[in-house]
Design a protein around this ligand. Sequence first.
Ligand code: NDP
Length: 253
Amino acid sequence: MTKRFEGKVALVTGASSGIGQATALAFGREGAKVVVAARRVQQGEETAEMIRRNGGEATFVKADISSAAEVESLMRATIEVYGRLDCALNNAGTSGNLMPAVDVSEQEWDSVINTNLKGAWLCLRHEIALMVKQGGGSIVNMSSVLGLGGTPIGASVYVASKHALIGLTKATAVEYSKQGVRVNAVCPGFIETALIEVATNAPGAKEQLIALHPIGRLGTPEEVAEAVIWLCSDAASFVTGHSMVVDGGYVAQ
Ligand code: NDP
């Protein structure tokens, strides 16, 4: 049976753990050659190795996506190794520290925005340029249900970064749709990964988060990966500028 991404090259940032790792594995299973990007070398190499053990093809490239120079090297390495770029998931992100909005320092603001928003933008501009040159491609930006509304848990900078990412998704989707580049966002509810530890450490905190999801549980990285894979596939050829919730009913309430 032909795999959906046979002959295609997919880049996943933040693929050393969580949602990024699950999506990189899914791309590998579907036949794509996968570029695994992150800062932690051991974990990133491990993701690439997992893909290869499953019979796929993958290369780890160490990159801090908040650095313009490192993003440039990442894109150069992608082209040097695989010669093209068909799909990209801009997933690398940080929760930042939870605190009331009035207590957020300039340093905290810069740290979260430089990763979640500037980092995605740095990747996006290279990805779009490569895809336009090739005649098309599909990009997904990892937003959040906190890109669609606020939260009282003390995550104002994160919320701002994820809302802005949806704006960037719409703007670039509209600008480049005629050149064959589709840009969409995925908005997960709370997913069982290391990222939500800041919000689940206190006693009873996890139960409170679960209660926000009508489905009665948190999501898994694999459930988010499914949405990314579909948006990147030809099955979604008329879908662009969309923000797809994968949230167990969180925003439907
Ligand atoms: P993880 O902490 O497991 O993953 C975060 C990933 O981002 C890691 O692979 C990390 O790799 C990478 N990363 C962070 N900063 C950088 C950087 N500067 N440069 C390169 N890579 C970086 O958490 P998740 O899988 O949950 O998070 C993935 C994305 O999903 C994030 O954008 C997050 O905001 C989003 N999301 C998560 C939700 C959740 O409930 N878990 C809900 C909604 C959205 P390394 O440290 O090796 O660089």
